[in-house]
Every structure is written in C-alpha cells, then in structure tokens.
Design a protein around this ligand. Structure first.
Ligand code: B4P
Length: 183
C-alpha cells in the first residue's frame, strides 16, 4: 500500500476525518496543518494570534507561516509513512514542499482528491460548528479553495499522482474507497 500521501479537497470534504482513520490503521504519521494551526491558536502563541483572525475569516494563513510549521514537523518523518492533510493548499506551498521531500528522499506516492458537492460540504460544516464554520465564512472558504487550492489538482495530475475519490456516503464507505485506491 502507498504510505506517503497528500489529501486534497474542499473544506468539509472529510480530509481530517479520513486522514485520522487511515493513519491509525496503517501506522502513518498524520500531519494536519489545520490541527497544528488550531493548536497554536489554543496555546495563544504569537503565531496563533496571527493565524486566528485569518482562519476565522475563511482565508488562508500565509505560506511562510505554514511552511515554517510544516518544515519543523517533517523532521520527524520516518520510513513508516506519512499523510499531509490540508497541506499544500497553494501552488507556492506545493513548490516549496518538493525540495523538502527530495532532501528526505521520500517522494509522494499518491495525492488523494476528495470530491463532494458544495451543498453537502456546507451542510457538514454547519453541523460541525467550529469557530470558522458559519455560512458566510464557509462560502468564502469555498471561493478561496477554488481560486488558490484547486489549481493543485492539475499540478499533481500532470505528475501522474492524482487519485480521485467520491467523498459522499458514510465515513466507513469512504475509508474503504480510499484504501482500495491505494493498493
Ligand atoms: P482544515 O483544518 O484543513 O479543515 P477543513 O478543510 O475545514 O475540513 P476537512 O476537509 O478536514 O473536513 P473534516 O474531516 O473536519 O482547515 C481549516 C483552516 O485552516 C483553513 O480554512 C485555513 O484557514 C487554515 N489552513 C489549514 N491548512 C492551511 C494551509 N496549508 N495553508 C494555509 N492555511 C491553512 O469534516 C468536516 C465535517 O464533516 C466534520 O464535522 C466531520 O465529522 C463531518 N464528516 C466527515 N465525513 C463525513 C461523512 N462521510 N458523512 C457525514 N459527515 C462527515
């Protein structure tokens, strides 16, 4: 099974949910930039204070800030595999990731794109009810996704790494779909 992975997809597609399950079952390291940023916010660090306003507007935190966090976390990447969840989210982040992985000699094996209709995404996020989950902010996040993150679909398709998975249905069904594409 492929164990060096990226998860890509719109907000609410279930990246965090599925990444946690897959990593638990297969012993990979789960690196979620969303979780790392929320931990900085909760700890009240300078970085967290800077990130909080941006996240609550549904915008992306700056590439520089996110890259600093990721680079630090990647030091603990081992041969056991890893899953980058919600990172990269912009083309500059994807470009910056390349030399980091090259230095580690651990190339990406697959990019899993979770696909879901906007109406279901909005429903799921409203039900989740996080600080950045009100309707106006969600719509902004979807816009930001289309403009800044969706170009990564072609970026990774051209490299022959993209695997699309329908993200509708039960959590278990989707895990099953993802696992079977990674064999
Ligand atoms: P993230 O934390 O990455 O989260 P997300 O995109 O909102 O959600 P995800 O797709 O992980 O969905 P989840 O499993 O929770 O980003 C939050 C913010 O952080 C960004 O807007 C940005 O500001 C910042 N950020 C993060 N990474 C960044 C980066 N690289 N660069 C810049 N900024 C960055 O699922 C959503 C809900 O649906 C949950 O309640 C879940 O329980 C439910 N759900 C999941 N699967 C379901 C299913 N099959 N059926 C029904 N409900 C389901």
């Amino acid at each position: 099974m492929k164990t060096r992975l990226l998860f890509l997809g719109p907000p609410g597609a279930g990246k965090g949910t599925q990444a946690a399950r897959l990593c638990e079952t297969n012993g990979m390291k789960h690196l979620s930039t969303g979780d790392l940023l929320r931990a900085e916010v909760a700890a009240g660090t300078a970085l967290g204070q800077e990130a909080e306003t941006v996240m609550n507007r549904g915008e992306l935190v700056s590439d520089t800030l996110v890259l600093a966090i990721v680079e630090n976390q990647m030091k603990s990447f081992s041969g056991g595999g890893w899953l980058l969840d919600g990172f990269p989210r912009t083309v500059p982040q994807a470009e910056a990731l390349e030399p980091l992985l090259k230095d580690l000699n651990q190339p990406i094996q697959a990019v899993v794109l979770l696909e879901l209709d906007d109406a279901v995404l909005i429903q799921r996020l409203l039900a989740r009810g996080r600080a950045d989950d009100n309707e106006n902010v969600i719509r902004n996040r979807l816009e930001v996704y289309r403009e800044k993150t969706a170009p990564l679909i072609n970026f990774y398709r051209k490299k022959g790494l993209l695997l699309s998975v329908a993200a509708d249905g039960s959590v278990e069904e989707i895990t099953e779909r993802i696992s079977s594409t990674l064999i």
